[in-house]
Design a protein around this ligand. Structure first.
Ligand code: M6R
Length: 616
């Protein structure tokens, strides 16, 4: 939520900052704003709506030249998406400009204190209080912005990344972080601050991770990191292993289309280097201790949204392979219900961004109970892997579209590797069984590619159902989380009522939703897997069809038994049952993307959403 960019160097700050905001717009797009320092003064422009609105404003009312600047793209929490609630916020005396990501939980008390002492607040945001507090702290610390930031951070509760500037020190940008992301880009004669490396990867691939409760003092010729008390701390350097072109559309109209098309490569990358010459799984970078893994008695997956669906898929596989019970918990519920985890539990946090606040807080809760923690994450150096005992990266490359696609497939692959690693360490499977599954996984990039080659009829179907008021998704076994994922994609992109159900549950209530013409998309299990699952779903199809539903079956090539029962059939390659989610999800992604396009929606930036949800 919210994208933040700061720059100090020799280039025109405005150009660097706006280009950075363009790459961070996926984080929030309710309003955008920039500030630069020129001739000892702050100059600010901000506008409600997408970045394009700010760019129009900057065309009409240009900013002066400057080599120091900050910028923000907002996902509104406190105060609506208006011009005056847009960041940066400036103190009454015009001395400090600040941008913020997160929620300052004690803002009401701070606001009351400021109002009582005569400050006129000009927005409804929690952020504005920080600008006034910084301005008030400066005289006590001889005008030193980093020290003022230390003093103010001690007074704030909640989650915040803050970046501030003071025209009295025009070559300085100061950042601070607690529970929200902030990374530093290290250039030659220039340095950057941003919520995500995408903002500066076109300028430098050298970066620094900031830890919890740290302040960073950024000038063109150097960067210093301290804690909130001003003690110097070492920040961990890392290099970005992808280049700016990976975060471009690369000839596609939409990031989502590009990311759907990248899935065969993403799955291959998630597997690369993880199976050794003896056909054993090696997760060297994961830091997994086999002795610890042998002692655990349960696995708990914590995640949100699409990542939780990946966890639900993995549950079927990990329980089958390891005979360990696997609970999948929505992270937002986990820590508020006194969950039973301890030193004998392996808690797996799945997150594309590595910054999702609900997942991070659940992870911290699990750690506090003594659980062993492992992150499955796409974003190298982000908070969730940094705070976990072990990490398995998904290596999907940057995912920019708000709707998750390649992250989902690679989360499943990574969770399967963890499951097989557990089975290997605990000896619950024969080595040739593991080898067989690894061979199935190795076939998946090619099979996903085949789905993409044959997915065209899905687009025509999406157009046919563009006026449907509701779409239901049914699945059984691993097809159930796929049904949930298909429904989530449709909700978030097409803004349609969509629900996923376990097919067997339908008759316990939801079947009342079926009426003439309701589209029901059914993820059909392989008839070569457990025949009973296939037979049962055929019965469920007949139940809905008898009540007027139009059935679209996602069925395996060669499954002719489904033909008499479906109105439309989308074919996917023959695949072992546990691998099916990797192929059957893809048509559902395309369906939602196409339907949203037909409706004229902004597919990459759906309304009300943000890619990285850094508030609880
Ligand atoms: O970054 P995370 O994987 O932790 O994000 C979790 C969810 O917010 C995310 O999967 C969300 O549900 C997707 N936008 C859905 O497409």
């Amino acid at each position: 939520m919210c994208g933040i960019v700061g720059y100090v160097g020799e280039k025109q700050a405005l150009e660097v900052v706006v280009a950075g905001l363009r790459r961070l717009e996926y984080r929030g797009y309710d309003s955008a704003g920039v500030a630069v320092i020129s001739e000892g003064r702050l100059e600010v422009r901000k506008k409600a709506g997408k970045l394009a609105n700010l760019e129009t404003l900057l065309g009409q009312d240009p900013l002066p030249q400057s080599t120091t600047g900050i910028g923000h793209t907002r996902w509104a929490t406190h105060g609506g998406p208006t011009d005056h609630n847009a960041h940066p916020h400036v103190s009454e005396d015009g001395r400090v400009a600040v941008i913020h990501n997160g929620i300052i939980e004690n803002f009401a008390a701070l606001r009351a204190e400021l109002t009582e002492s005569g400050v006129q607040l000009s927005s409804e945001t929690d952020t504005e209080v920080v600008a006034h507090l910084l301005a008030r702290a400066l005289p006590d610390v001889a005008g030193d912005l980093p020290r003022a930031m230390q003093a103010v951070c001690h007074r704030l509760e909640g989650a915040f990344t803050l970046v501030a500037m003071d025209p009295n020190d025009p070559t300085l940008v100061v950042g601070a972080r607690r529970n929200s992301p902030l990374v530093v880009g290290l250039g030659e004669g220039e340095n950057f601050l941003a919520s995500d490396v995408a903002a500066f990867v076109e300028h430098t691939r050298n970066a620094l991770e900031l830890g919890q409760d740290q302040i960073v003092i950024v000038r063109a010729d150097g960067v210093e990191v301290t804690d909130f008390s001003g003690n110097a701390v070492e920040a961990a350097p890392f290099s970005i292993d992808w280049d700016a072109s990976a975060a471009e559309k690369g000839g596609y109209d939409l990031f989502m289309l590009k990311e759907i098309a990248e899935q065969p490569k993403a799955v291959a990358d998630a597997l690369r280097g993880r199976i050794n010459a003896e056909h054993r799984i090696q997760l060297d970078e994961a830091n997994l201790d086999d002795a610890v893994l042998r002692d655990i008695t349960k696995v708990v997956v914590i995640a949100c949204g699409t990542a939780a669906h990946a966890g639900m898929v993995a549950k079927y596989a990990i329980e089958h392979w390891t005979r360990l019970p696997v609970d999948v918990e929505l992270a937002s519920e986990f820590r508020y219900r006194d969950p039973i985890v301890g030193p004998d539990s392996l808690v797996i946090a799945i997150s594309q961004s590595g910054e999702t606040m609900d997942t991070l807080m659940a992870l911290r809760h699990a750690k506090a109970q003594g659980a062993r923690t492992l992150a499955i994450c796409n974003t190298v150096g982000s908070t969730i892997p940094r705070e976990s005992d072990a990490v398995v990266y998904t290596y999907a490359g940057p995912e920019i579209a708000v709707a998750s696609t390649k992250a989902f497939l690679t989360q499943i692959v990574a969770a399967y590797l963890v499951g097989l690693y557990l089975a290997q360490a605990r000896g619950t499977m024969f080595e040739d069984e593991i080898r067989g599954i690894l061979a199935d996984l190795a076939d998946m990039p090619q099979k996903v590619d085949l789905v993409l080659d044959t997915v065209e009829p899905v687009r025509a179907l999406a157009q046919e159902f563009a006026n449907a008021t509701s779409v239901l998704f049914l699945g059984r076994h691993v097809g159930y989380p796929v049904a949930l994922e298909g429904a989530l994609k449709l909700k978030e992109l097409a803004y349609m009522h969509a629900e996923g159900f376990p097919a067997g549950e339908l008759k316990h209530g939801p079947i009342a939703l079926i009426e003439d013409g309701v589209p029901v998309i059914v993820v059909v299990p392989s008839p070569r897997g457990r025949a009973v699952l296939h037979d049962k779903i055929v019965s469920n199809i007949q139940e809905v069809r008898a009540r007027g539903a139009v059935v679209i079956a996602i069925a395996e090539e060669g499954d002719e038994s489904i033909v008499p029962f479906a109105d439309h059939i989308i074919r996917v390659p023959e695949t072992p049952t546990l691998m099916q989610p990797l192929v059957s999800t893809v048509p559902l992604q395309v369906f939602a993307c196409e339907l949203a396009t037909v409706k004229g929606h902004d597919v990459d930036q759906p309304r009300n959403l943000a890619k990285s949800v850094t508030v609880e």
